[in-house]
Design a protein around this ligand. Sequence first.
Ligand code: F0G
Length: 361
Amino acid sequence: MSDIALATSWRGVIEEFRDQLPVTTDTPVITLCEGGTPLLYAPHLSELTGAQVYLKVEGANPTGSFKDRGMTLAVSKAVEAGSQALVCSSTGNTAASAAAYATRAGLTCAVLLPRAAVAAGKVAQALAFGATLLEVEGSVDDCLVLATQLSEKYSVTLVNSVNPYRIAGQRTAALEVVEQLGTAPAAHFLPVGGAGNITAYWAGYRQAHELGWSTRLPMMCGFQAAGAAPIVRDELVVNPQTVASAIRIGNPASWSSAVAARDESGGLIAAVSDEQILAAHRLLSSVEAVFVEPASAAGVAGLLAVAEASGATAERLRGHSVVCTVTGNGLKDPEWAVRAAPPSVVIAADVQLAANVLTLH
Ligand code: F0G
């Protein structure tokens, strides 16, 4: 590839947003060229809701989720600080991302996962990248306690979103949205699990506002799964349950900053049922042609619920731009797509038979 082609191609979020991030010329840049993801207009969702709906397709990141934005910074800063090893707890995507960036940096990586509760694609990623995987008898909340204790007692760097560099890196998604739209949207919808991402987007939008890139700030609208909705219920959930395994979290690490994002932006954090999540998941793939994992559909499920309730919030969105972050790629957890589709037809290798089944004339 020529130097010109290299100079004009996307360089990853640290180089693209260097002035907005806590890095210096001494910071080694560990990147997989994350970020620069599509902001895709969603015609059918727009028609259904009366808003101009855009999808920020974070499944297009190198490991298939938004986690890469924060991980490039957290791992670069860990290397700068002389760290040799990373540790994280995860419902899967943080683990996949940490494992990938650790490999790129030549560090070892240990991931703590709740036993038998993580989608197969994500476990495969962590293993493929060579991470040491510990399956813990407990929830992801127990895993985070363990990972934190390990980082306090031993010389390993914790790369969960309690690491401030994770949130700082994830802010770049909001900066990109503002660049892509030319302004901040009227509202931003997204799933909420550990609540790092809603915290990061709000910080990013405020930063864009302070920089004069946008004259307005969006309403932040986060959605938890009904069986894993501690922020909505305002209490810990000891045994969270939902098909959306990525957001099956009972004690969000960024709880208070998510509440602040909600309140400062005049937004909301509400719950959506598994049925609503799976319906939005199916709609995204079968109508908008965007295949996401179930948790990623929670924000879209929330938008549809708000529009259907046709209250004051729906009115505020009518005719305005709304961004929904779809956080992770559907290939990570394909089971739910297969379940929702009609059964496949088995035939002999015969052209007439195939044509008959396809009702071709
Ligand atoms: N969507 C996906 C696909 C996720 O993996 C996560 C979180 C979220 C949404 C929620 O984001 O935690 O910032 O509120 N996944 C974490 C993990 C918990 O371990 O991969 P959040």
